[in-house]
Write a protein that binds this ligand. Structure first.
Ligand code: PMP
Length: 465
């Protein structure tokens, strides 16, 4: 099947055509054209194959999304059936379609009880754009239209659209395109290794300190002007930064004190990644809004959305009139049909429970062993997300010199050894599919160990230590 699908073109042919016509996301176009992209042709379970026939352990679930693994027949069947029956119809003009209704119903069942309504979008970025307009609309309807400001965190990631990238705290993104848009301000992240350790605080003390930064910012902006706070339960793209346990309960308390809406960006942490259906359940918050995407369809087709809690939904519905917002693909029937099949499969296979009780704790144990490696300063994991921080000197935890991009060196070895891991700053991160078994986690840990050894050999040979 696969051979016939791609027959007749070599890797070089694909790379040449790719370089000639395809501008990749988050890519230095010129550098990629010079080097040639890796052409991925097939996936099954937790593995991918490239056009050279190399098998690759996909420890990133694509882009944190292929929760049920590749080639799951129920999702393929759901898409096929829906394409045959009704490939598209919109949800504008007082119409609806059965898959969108079914998915909304199922999400209301799976999400915490305050969530009975959903607004669909096509991606995580669109979902976060939606909340910017929705929370401001909410406050306008509440007679407080001056509540415009949304507070988020440096090194958070909320997408790549104008509002998504503005909510995100990536300075490299703000530099391009005149961001952030007005009314979005940032506080520091709850990253103990980066900030708390240097302040000499324990993790739990630091969690409270990091939450205090939110209160300080609210008082600076004026509580009467603040609409919402948004954060990822665990920062993903920022480097799998698992906050101290004290952080989120304190954030919740501060939001409650000032009546500020809490938005949980669960684009990565939704649908089982942390060992709960939603990350807010793992960290004990009661958000007013949840944004989601990725794992809702396991990435098989694009879909995102906003779960709207009763506090906001009631006002939008009862007082609202028209909410002048929406996308052609809000409630796309094929995407929603795949979403329903995917969530049912996650439930049937008990993947959330498996991450919570079995594979999550097992990965944590494997990571504790990896902490013994001479290059590893710190390990963190939460459910099936994990990070290793690479250091030059394990005794002092001194980092490598800034001109040595040690994590990229390590990532190069991962590429060469059939393992997809991601490098963020000096952190190496993973988020394997939720169907991963213990034996496969052993395989992943052995591959990581080998790549760390190869990186250490490079560092020794090149005098970086
Ligand atoms: N929020 C978070 C937490 C994300 O990780 C991402 C994507 N990595 C997004 C939003 C944006 O999602 P998308 O790329 O689907 O627009």
């Amino acid at each position: 099947m696969t051979e016939s699908l791609y027959r007749g073109r070599t890797t070089r042919d694909w790379q040449a055509a790719d370089a000639a016509h395809f501008l990749h996301p988050f890519t230095d176009f010129k550098a990629l054209a010079a080097r040639g992209a890796r052409i991925v042709t097939r996936g099954e379970g937790i593995y991918l194959w490239d056009s050279e026939g190399q098998r690759i352990f996909d420890a990133m679930s694509g882009l944190w999304c292929v929760n049920v693994g590749y080639r799951q027949q129920p999702l393929i069947d759901a898409a096929t059936r829906q394409m045959q029956e009704l490939p598209f119809y919109n949800a504008f003009f007082q119409t609806s379609t059965p898959p969108a209704i079914e998915l909304a119903e199922l999400l209301a069942e799976l999400a915490p009880p305050q969530f009975q309504h959903v607004f669909f979008a096509g991606s995580g970025s669109e979902s976060n754009d939606t909340i910017v307009r929705m929370v401001r609309r909410y406050w306008a309807l509440m007679g407080q239209p001056q509540r415009q400001v949304i507070i988020s965190r440096w090194n958070g990631y909320h997408g790549s659209t104008m509002a998504g990238a503005s909510l995100g705290g990536m300075p490299g993104m703000h530099e391009q395109g005149g961001l952030p848009i007005p009314g979005i301000v940032h506080i520091h992240q709850p990253h103990w290794w980066e900030h708390g350790r240097r302040l000499g605080l324990s993790r739990e003390q630091f969690g409270l300190q990091a939450a205090q930064w939110l209160e300080d910012k609210i008082l600076e902006v004026g509580p009467e002007n603040v609409a919402a706070f948004i954060g990822e339960p665990v920062q993903g793209a920022g480097g799998v930064i698992v906050p101290p346990e004290s952080y989120w309960p304190e954030i919740q308390r501060i939001c409650d004190r000032y009546g500020i809406l809490l938005v949980s960006d669960e684009v990565i942490t939704g649908f089982g990644r942390t060992g709960q259906w939603f990350g807010c359940e793992r960290f004990g918050t009661r958000p007013d809004l949840i944004t989601f995407a990725k794992g809702v369809t396991s990435g098989y087709v694009p879909l995102g959305g906003v779960m709207v809690g009763q506090r906001v939904a009631q006002v939008l519905i009862e007082k609202g009139g028209e909410f002048t917002h929406g996308y052609t693909y809000s409630g796309h029937p094929v995407a929603c049909a795949v979403g329903v099949a995917n969530l049912r499969l996650i439930r049937e296979l008990k993947l959330v429970e498996r991450v919570r009780d079995e594979t999550g704790p097992y990965m944590a144990e494997l990571y504790r062993q990896l902490q013994e490696h001479p290059l590893v300063g710190e390990v963190q994991s939460c459910g099936l997300m994990g990070a290793l921080t690479l250091v030059r000197d394990k005794g002092t935890n001194e980092p490598f010199a800034p001109e040595i991009d040690i994590a990229m060196v390590c990532r190069g070895h991962c590429f060469g050894n059939g393992l997809i891991m991601r490098a963020v700053g000096d952190r190496m991160i993973v988020a394997p599919p939720l169907v991963v078994t213990r034996a496969q986690l052993d395989e992943m840990a052995a591959l990581i160990q080998r790549c760390l050894d190869l990186t250490l050999a490079d560092a020794t040979r090149n005098g970086w230590l």
